[in-house]
Design a protein around this ligand. Structure first.
Ligand code: AP5
Length: 242
């Protein structure tokens, strides 16, 4: 197989509701292509844990399952995307989440926001579709490793020893916002604010829908196939399934 880390990959956006598998797939795709995973949720949680100014502003909203204001998130993403490791491409996991964020990202990718910033290719956008009840089931069973970030699930992807990371032996944690009432609020926020983004990106012709309720490996395979098919496609010509 050709070396997938040798080419420019460009920006990849993973869209989908909480629990759709964005983080799981972003890690696998990042590894496959040798590009960074940029998870706005992880960056925000890290800021909350370190009690930074951004973390203090975001903490209460995240605990309620609401979105953090666009200007805070856009600035945080901009600071990350100008780093050198994003030059060949990057995967956005959890961003954009509103039309305002998508419009900001368009300006960023066109090279219009920072001095000396070169324009990027238009993004390949992958939308994961998963049933509501499956999302609830997955989120109720999610466990993550606080050391390496690996994501597990007591129902669907258990560790070899209960509650212990297979890779580094750390004790696994439950996310604060995976409590049932917060999950319901996060799903509501998704429906109202993030779901309209599929229509926003459909116009670019680089949006692909993938069924997220298949085995993890099958989803990864379809995401990679979509990236390779759409990477060099002219804007406005293609969309649909993988
Ligand atoms: P964020 O961390 O982005 O959370 P989210 O979008 O709600 O998504 P999740 O991380 O819950 O789910 P996922 O799709 O990554 O699924 P995963 O792979 O873990 O955001 C958290 C909060 O931060 C927001 O509520 C908001 O307050 C704030 N925020 C973040 N970004 C923001 C932004 N841009 N603007 C404003 N605010 C922002 O999988 C879930 C479970 O399912 C796991 O246990 C996994 O093992 C399992 N699983 C995954 N795939 C499969 C499969 N194929 N089969 C079986 N099980 C599977």
């Amino acid at each position: 197989m050709a070396d997938a880390t040798a080419h420019n990959v460009g920006p990849i956006i993973l869209l989908g509701p909480p629990g759709a598998g964005k983080g799981t797939q972003a890690k696998l795709i990042a590894q496959r292509y040798g590009i960074p995973q940029i998870s706005t949720g992880d960056i925000l949680r890290d800021n909350v844990a370190r009690d930074t100014e951004l973390g203090r502003k975001a903490k209460a909203m995240m605990a309620r399952g609401e979105l953090v204001p666009d200007d805070l998130v856009n600035q945080m993403v901009g600071e990350r995307l100008v780093k050198k490791d994003c030059a060949r491409g990057f995967i956005l996991d959890g961003f954009p989440r509103t039309v305002v964020q998508a419009q900001w990202l368009d300006r960023f990718l066109a090279g219009k926001l920072f001095d000396n910033q070169r324009p990027c290719d238009p993004p390949v956008v992958v939308q994961f579709d998963v049933d509501y009840n499956i999302l609830l089931h997955r989120l109720s069973g999610r466990r993550s490793c606080p050391t390496c970030g690996r994501i597990y699930n007591i129902h669907t992807q258990p560790t070899r020893v209960p509650d212990v990371c297979d890779v580094d032996g750390s004790k696994l944690v439950i996310r604060n916002d995976d409590r049932r009432e917060v999950v319901e609020e996060r799903l509501r926020a998704y429906d109202l604010q993030t779901r309209p983004l599929a229509a926003y990106y459909r116009r670019s012709g680089r949006l692909v829908h993938i069924k997220g309720d298949q085995d993890v490996e099958d989803v990864t395979h379809q995401v990679a196939k979509a990236i390779e098919r759409l990477r060099n496609a002219p804007v406005g010509t293609q969309s649909g399934g993988a």
